[in-house]
Design a protein around this ligand. Structure first.
Ligand SMILES: Cc1cc2nc3c(=O)[nH]c(=O)nc-3n(C[C@H](O)[C@H](O)[C@H](O)COP(=O)(O)OP(=O)(O)OC[C@H]3O[C@@H](n4cnc5c(N)ncnc54)[C@H](O)[C@@H]3O)c2cc1C
Length: 408
């Protein structure tokens, strides 16, 4: 990371989808002058689609690019500095955090909101690009409604594909589920819901070769059976690609906690990542919902968390927020900054009472002095209060580390 540092930013937003723009609106309105780097796809995934019918506030629906233009203008109205450029590397080892833009420029930031989204995997077959938004979709929840009462196909054999097939079966006349292998890779419960739906036909051992249309809309999908080498066309009006997403998190590997696919982990009920001052919003941290409105909502959460973080830092600039212990409860790990965590001082005091006082009592007992009658109740009081303030004693001295934080 050799680029020379040229600028310090209070709140840096990485990514310009619904999550990034919403975060920008909130942070800018709080007077924190956010800087946003858009990445190579200004406006995010919705710029790839036509009609968006499910974003609140647009009773007649809106085109994806137009919706993103509205969000951009709203963010700019409050003073967001929107710049074209991509983050190519980060260094979260020190504070403020260091970020490299386009491998050339280096900036530092007090807080960072990561909203880099997740990229849907496409089939890369003829017709796919041409009919994207005109019959080809990567989101059944978003676009299934447009195919009400019609015949559609869905490609994929995993949990998402099975879930989306069941969703489509409730709207569409017939759903072909095109599965590459002789079996599903979905979970048993998902498979049984697919197999129990009377209007889903599973087409095993089949690969999608081409998406056919009339120049405007999809009319059929050409598939090849990889056992018999037989080719056939399924007459459909829509094709849903459900073969997975790739979260855009490569640049954060080694810094931010991720799940096995690469989605960022946040502390439940917040946008906080495992690194202080770094927050995550939108699809990049959400493998379940992946909707524009949920991305926007988590952008709001990230902005409020960032604002509060900055306010706390600025109110007590020298406060020692670092904790040596994180406390585990049934609900998971407390946040690093949680007052229920132990600071060095608190740990020292509790350690003294929990360890030293029984030792003193033992000495006292040994020498048959009567003071134990005074000390014993005091020790019990301290021990009970120390334990009830936190958690079971075996968890008390657990130190949070990478593998522990998997439980976040
Ligand atoms: C074709 C299609 C149709 C859809 N239709 C609907 C719909 O009708 N309704 C609905 O609710 N949802 C729909 N979705 C899903 C919706 O688009 C996403 O849930 C939503 O866009 C996620 O928002 P986001 O802000 O998290 O990320 P994204 O929209 O994915 O935006 C990510 C942003 O991060 C930027 N970025 C990535 N890497 C970097 C980097 N290194 N540096 C800087 N910036 C970076 C990108 O350029 C982009 O601007 C659709 C998705 C697709 C693909």
């Amino acid at each position: 990371m050799k680029a020379e540092c040229t600028e310090h930013i209070r709140c840096l937003i990485i990514g310009s989808g619904p999550a990034g723009y919403t975060a920008a609106i909130y942070v800018a309105r709080a007077g924190l002058k956010p800087v946003m780097y858009t990445g190579v796809e200004p406006g995010g995934q919705l710029t790839q689609t036509t009609d968006v019918d499910n974003f609140p506030g647009y009773p007649q629906g809106i085109l994806g690019p137009a919706l993103m233009d509205d969000l951009r203008m709203q963010a700019e109205r409050f003073g967001t500095d929107i710049r074209f450029g991509s983050v190519s590397a980060v260094d979260f080892s020190l504070r403020p955090h260091k970020v490299i833009i386009d491998e050339t420029k280096s900036v530092t930031a007090d807080t960072i909101i990561v909203s880099t989204g997740a990229t849907a995997k496409w089939l890369s077959v003829p017709g796919e690009q041409q009919y994207s938004g005109f019959g080809v979709s990567v989101c059944a929840v978003c676009d299934g409604f447009f195919f009400k009462g019609q015949d559609v196909a869905i490609v994929g054999g995993g949990d998402t594909a099975a879930e989306e097939a069941s969703y489509l079966a409730k709207l569409c006349k017939k759903v072909y589920m095109i599965v590459r292998r002789a079996e599903f890779s979905a979970s048993k419960v998902m498979i049984s819901s697919v197999l129990n739906a009377s209007n889903i036909e599973v087409v095993y051992n089949s690969e999608t070769k081409e998406i056919l249309g009339d120049g405007k809309n999809v009319t059929a999908v050409k598939i090849l059976n990889n056992k018999t080498w037989e080719e056939k066309e399924l007459p459909v009006n829509g094709l849903f690609v459900a073969i997975g997403h790739k979260p855009n998190t490569d640049i954060f590997k080694g810094w931010l906690d991720m799940d096995e696919i690469g989605y960022l982990k946040t502390i439940p009920g917040s946008a906080k990542t495992n690194v202080e001052g770094v927050f995550a919003a939108g699809d990049v941290q959400d493998r379940h919902y992946r909707q524009a409105v949920t991305a926007a909502a988590s952008g709001c959460m990230a902005a409020l968390d960032a604002e509060r973080y900055l306010a706390a830092k600025e109110a007590a600039p020298n406060a020692k927020t670092r904790t040596i212990f994180s406390v585990k409860t049934k609900k998971g790990w407390f946040d690093k900054d949680s007052p229920q965590n132990l600071t060095y001082k608190e740990a020292g005091i509790r350690g003294f009472f929990v360890v030293c006082m029984p030792a003193l009592a033992a000495i006292d007992w040994n020498f048959h002095t009567h003071t134990m009658f005074f000390i014993a109740p005091f020790i019990m009081y301290l021990a009970v209060s120390a334990l009830t303030m936190t958690c079971p004693v075996k968890e008390l001295f657990s130190r949070r580390n990478k593998s522990d934080s998997q439980e976040l």
